[in-house]
Design a protein around this ligand. Structure first.
Ligand code: AR6
Length: 169
């Protein structure tokens, strides 16, 4: 599995699936969630209604509708408190469960935003290391996913992801 760090708006990614950093309702919100819903059009919300929400760390999939991406994988990242409330494990689950769904759907390319590092307040460097480590150690029998794009919307996120990738080799 190849990891590429890219500075871009995730809604412009032409990949098999983009990941949405949603909330438990899965009915839209601000940040990347708002941007994805705007770009995908109202059918995405209709599809999301049928999902009945999700727990923190869980991942659910819909079509991408008006997006260039074929699917959207909706995950709920942890709200960062002080780091002692299982935040790291929950963030790790977001990446693992998204990759499991991608394998189940036999997808080749997937793009993640920096889950939880905006409104949910997760420190960017720690979150970047968890993202890279979890993807690197993800094990599967199917191996359909070839490239994982880690999307940075701002310079600080780009640097954190780039350094985490270099650190992990
Ligand atoms: N493309 C790529 N990344 C983006 C984009 C975009 N178009 N827009 C923002 N980001 P956030 P969270 C980056 O706050 O912390 C929503 O209201 C952003 O710069 O979107 O998981 C949900 O409904 C940051 O690096 O998600 C939840 O209630 C990263 O995406 C809550 O926010 C994540 O920031 C989830 O908070």
């Amino acid at each position: 599995m190849k990891i590429e760090v890219v500075k871009k708006d995730i809604t412009e990614m032409t990949v098999d699936a983009i990941v949405n950093a949603a909330n438990k309702s899965l009915l839209g919100g601000g940040g990347v969630d708002g941007a994805i819903h705007r770009a995908a059009g109202p059918k995405l919300k209709e599809a999301c209604r049928k999902l009945n929400g999700a727990e923190t760390g869980e991942a659910k999939i819909t079509e991408g509708f008006d997006l260039p991406a074929r699917y959207v994988i909706h995950v709920v990242g942890p709200v960062y408190n002080d780091g002692s409330r299982g935040e790291a494990e929950k963030l790790k689950s977001c990446y693992q469960n998204s990759l499991r769904l991608a394998e189940e759907y036999e997808l080749k390319t997937i793009a993640f935003p920096a889950i939880s590092t905006g409104i949910y307040g997760y420190p960017k460097e720690e979150a970047a290391e968890i993202a890279v480590d979890t993807i690197r150690s993800f094990e599967t029998d199917s191996n359909s996913v070839e490239t994982v794009y880690l999307i940075a919307f701002d310079d600080e996120t780009f640097t954190s992801l780039d350094q985490a990738k270099k650190k992990r080799g």
